[in-house]
Design a protein around this ligand. Sequence first.
Ligand SMILES: NC(=O)c1ccc[n+]([C@@H]2O[C@H](COP(=O)([O-])OP(=O)(O)OC[C@H]3O[C@@H](n4cnc5c(N)ncnc54)[C@H](OP(=O)(O)O)[C@@H]3O)[C@@H](O)[C@H]2O)c1
Length: 247
Amino acid sequence: MNVLVTGASSGFGRAIAQEFGGKGHKVIALARRKEQLESLAQEIPHCIALPCDICDKDSLRQAIESLPQNFKEIDVLVNNAGLALGLTSADKCDFEDWERMIEVNVKALAFITRLILPQMVERKSGHIITIGSIAGSYPYPGGNVYGASKAFVRQFALGLRADLSGTNVRVSDIEPGLAGGSEFSLVRFKGDKSKADALYQGANALTPQDIAQAVYWVATLPKHINVNTLEIMPTSQSFSALNVHKE
Ligand SMILES: NC(=O)c1ccc[n+]([C@@H]2O[C@H](COP(=O)([O-])OP(=O)(O)OC[C@H]3O[C@@H](n4cnc5c(N)ncnc54)[C@H](OP(=O)(O)O)[C@@H]3O)[C@@H](O)[C@H]2O)c1
């Protein structure tokens, strides 16, 4: 299979690229940081590094068009690139953080899907896999726009299922809970490593490899099976009572 992974320079995306690449699939690794992509490409027998800002529509279109002939047919698009910025209450947060999350998690994800989908429909074959989050289903303080962007991802994936009826193109939304081993919290806390590390201390969180294995499983199921949504939490993470504020 030819597998295009967005956000392949670190965390889940890197592990997903390694998982598919290690099993003999051809990987197109997309992210902004060229060096990280090139080191990844050296580990994988058939891998193309595609350095690109997913928010820049023209360069994304050009990058996809520039793919060599044997990488042009995308069998699996893993829409993984995404980010959370800040954990501040909606009345105090930085509006630019909200805009950025919407740009990457919502607009860019929708754009690349729109770009790749026609070739899948034409071939009557393909799989769009989005990386959502449990934050799209379960709100938490400070999750505001991040959670809303992941609710978009979930509903978009389900909506695609409806549109793609009869095309054989599959769509799955993988929704992880707390996961360490990526740059997610470092990005969210804007480089504050001690704050990011504290979140995972003793939590026995999911790892990028756990997510990569789930994505691989979903993508390699027999063609008549479509996993719509797959919610995955570490065993250590669960639910608690709804908050009631009392005067
Ligand atoms: N870690 C968790 O707890 C968790 C839980 C649930 C869901 N998720 C979701 O899982 C996905 C991967 O997160 P992660 O934990 O692996 O975090 P990560 O290590 O920070 O990875 C994010 C990736 O997205 C790429 N990216 C960000 N902005 C981009 C842009 N404008 N253009 C191209 N690539 C861009 C980054 O690459 P460059 O910086 O090189 O561009 C990086 O490779 C995200 O969608 C996240 O929301 C994470």
